[in-house]
Structures are given as structure tokens and as C-alpha cells.
Design a protein around this ligand. Structure first.
Ligand SMILES: Nc1ncnc2c1ncn2[C@@H]1O[C@H](COP(=O)(O)OP(=O)(O)OP(=O)(O)O)[C@@H](O)[C@H]1O
Ligand SMILES: NC(=O)c1ccc[n+]([C@@H]2O[C@H](COP(=O)(O)O)[C@@H](O)[C@H]2O)c1
Length: 303
């Protein structure tokens, strides 16, 4: 059996245990749980990079969010570092589609292996541990609280959290509509920023061939929006000047890459395109499991 066949069959055999882990987590009061770790190491991190893994499926753009943070960390983000792929069973905007949850965790597992494979040429960084975690919290602020306050403690070193997000997610993070219980609404972000946690925002380039990318505006618009926030544009809503340094914006490489495009290509069995948009293992897993055969929206993805 070749290496990819072995990876796929190992993952297939893991599905029942992933399913029962999910069920136990859902039935428990716990808000954060690590399912498994790729490249495990007992070293406690000082910086924890967190990639929200609601992705359906993970793409090469998500790969770039993770590898760019690990390779080009900001000077205030100290080593050792660790990566957490975090799947939330509750989304801020979308109704849950439970049948697909186990497949989402499976894709995180195969994606984590692909991340390590991609980092192989950087001897130090490729040893990074990648945790695959679950949370019930839809909001970034609450995800960080859940990670820091889970008992028994998961990261005893109390690392700084750096959430790796795309530009569209920065807008939603700063949208007062998500924080109606707070006055002013963005005071909800205070515990997050006061703990020193950060956002690393990757720009989403506009691709004329991909109409879904239009909504993000030009790269200049994206820089201007961040500048606007940093210059007090959301002060009335409660965004404080002292949080300015906790948001970094970096250039993206994922021109025209989106999970929507992957699902559509998979449904239409355009496997070359799936392979160009996804990492090797993820593309093979989508094909192996016929994940988007029924419905490119991902809603009826097989469990
Ligand atoms: N091409 C990209 N460039 C920069 N960031 C991206 C890109 N694709 C996804 N992201 C970011 O990755 C995170 C999770 O992505 P998400 O699952 O929403 O991906 P998506 O491709 O936009 O999904 P969908 O097409 O299903 O709406 C978000 O913060 C998103 O902004
Ligand atoms: N204000 C917030 O913290 C906020 C707002 C919108 C979405 N989210 C989260 O962002 C992640 C990605 O969301 P989408 O899958 O809708 O792109 C999800 O975990 C979602 O719950 C967080």
C-alpha cells in the first residue's frame, strides 16, 4: 500500500472513535477539548496560534494562514509555539449540520498532517505540535476564555492566543451586532485584548473570476478598514485605542481560493481543480469519502 492509501485507511478506521469523542463532548459541560495531537510534544507554548477550523473543507488558503504564522511570526510572539486547529460545534451565523461533524474532524486530522508535510523543509518549525480541538463557543472572545479556563488546565503556560483569520472575519469580529449584551458592544472584546491575545488577519485578494471574493474589496480597502479601526473609527462602539497593537494584517497568497469553490469542483468531479485548491491529503480524503457528491453546500455531507 502506498503512503496515501495507508493514511486514508488509518483515517477511515478512526471515524468511529472520532464520532464517539464528539458525542461525549456534546453531552458534557466541557467547552473545550483536545481530540488528538499530531507531532505530540510536552513542551508548553508561549504563543498558541489558533486556526478556526469551521472550514468545509480546509483549502490551500487555510494552509497558508497556518504556515505563514509559523514561519513569519511577529517579534512579540515568543517561542515555543504550537498550533491549535479548533472546530466549533456552534457557528455564530450558520445552523449546525451535525451529520458532517465527524467528517470535519477527520479533515482537520488529514489537514494537520499536510501542514507538517508542507513545513518539512523548515527543520525547526516542522516539529511543531498541532492540537485538534473542539469547542462549543461560536465567538472568538469566548473561544479564548474556554481554552484558558478549561479544567484541568490544557495549556499550563498560559500562552498568548493568536487567532488566524481572513479579512472577512476581522469585519465580523469587530461587528457590534454580535455583542448585544454589552454596552458599548465592543467592550465585549476587553477580556480578549487585555489578556494580550491577538488577531493575525490575512488579506483576501479580489479575484475577478470568483464573484464571492468581490465583497472583500481591494487590498487597499482592507488596509484602510484596519487603519480606520486603529485610528478610533470604532471608539464609540467601545473599541479601545490600546488594542491597536493586537491586530496585525499580512498579505495573503490564496487568490481565488475558497471552500465554496472546492465543494463545487468536488460535486462536479473536477479532481484536478480540487487538488489545486486543497492540500494533498484533504483532496484524497474528499474523493475517497465522496464528501460533496450530494450537495455542494456541504449541508448533506456524509457523517
Ligand atoms: N483565500 C483566503 N484568503 C484569506 N483568508 C481566507 C481565505 N479563505 C479562507 N480564509 C479565512 O479562513 C477562515 C475560515 O474560512 P472559511 O471557512 O470561512 O473559508 P471560506 O473559503 O471563506 O469558506 P466558504 O467558501 O465555505 O464561505 C476565515 O477567517 C476566512 O477569512
Ligand atoms: N464576533 C465573532 O467572534 C464572530 C462573528 C462571526 C463568526 N465567527 C466565527 O468565525 C468562524 C468562521 O465563520 P464562518 O464559517 O461563517 O466563516 C466560526 O467559528 C464563527 O462562529 C465569530
Amino acid at each position: 500500500m502506498d503512503d496515501m492509501s495507508t493514511r486514508l485507511s488509518t483515517l477511515r478506521s478512526l471515524l468511529p472513535s472520532l464520532q464517539s469523542t464528539l458525542e461525549i463532548f456534546n453531552a458534557s459541560p466541557s467547552k473545550f477539548h483536545i481530540v488528538r495531537t499530531i507531532n505530540p510534544s510536552p513542551t508548553q507554548p508561549r504563543t498558541l496560534y489558533i486556526l478556526d477550523s469551521s472550514f468545509n473543507p480546509p483549502s490551500r488558503a487555510h494552509l497558508s494562514l497556518a504556515t505563514s504564522a509559523l514561519r513569519h511570526q511577529k517579534p512579540d510572539e515568543e517561542r515555543p509555539t504550537r498550533l491549535l486547529l479548533l472546530f466549533s460545534t456552534h457557528n455564530a451565523d450558520k445552523a449546525p449540520s451535525p451529520a458532517s461533524f465527524v467528517q470535519r474532524i477527520a479533515m482537520m486530522t488529514v489537514f494537520a498532517q499536510d501542514v507538517i508535510q508542507t513545513l518539512k523543509s523548515d527543520e525547526d518549525i516542522s516539529k511543531v505540535s498541532i492540537d485538534i480541538g473542539l469547542t462549543k463557543e461560536p465567538y472568538y472572545t469566548d473561544k479564548s476564555v474556554a481554552i484558558a479556563s478549561e479544567a484541568p488546565e490544557v495549556y499550563a503556560s498560559k500562552p498568548i492566543h493568536v487567532h488566524l483569520v481572513g479579512y472577512d472575519t476581522l469585519i465580523r469580529f469587530c461587528n457590534p451586532k454580535y455583542y448585544p449584551k454589552y454596552t458599548p458592544p465592543l467592550s465585549a472584546l476587553e477580556p480578549f485584548f487585555d489578556a494580550g491575545h491577538k488577531l493575525r488577519v490575512t488579506q483576501r485578494p479580489f479575484d475577478p473570476n470568483d464573484s464571492s471574493s468581490k465583497e472583500f474589496g481591494t487590498l487597499e480597502d482592507q488596509e484602510k478598514y484596519l487603519q480606520h479601526i486603529k485610528e478610533g473609527g470604532l471608539e464609540k462602539e467601545g473599541f479601545e485605542a490600546s488594542w491597536r497593537g493586537n491586530i496585525d494584517m499580512v498579505q495573503g497568497t490564496g487568490m481565488g481560493i475558497s471552500s465554496t469553490r472546492v465543494r463545487k469542483a468536488a460535486k462536479e468531479e473536477r479532481w484536478d481543480e480540487v487538488e489545486s485548491l486543497c492540500t494533498e491529503g484533504v483532496a484524497a480524503w474528499i474523493k475517497d469519502q465522496e464528501l460533496y457528491k450530494e450537495d455542494a453546500s456541504g449541508k448533506k455531507m456524509m457523517g
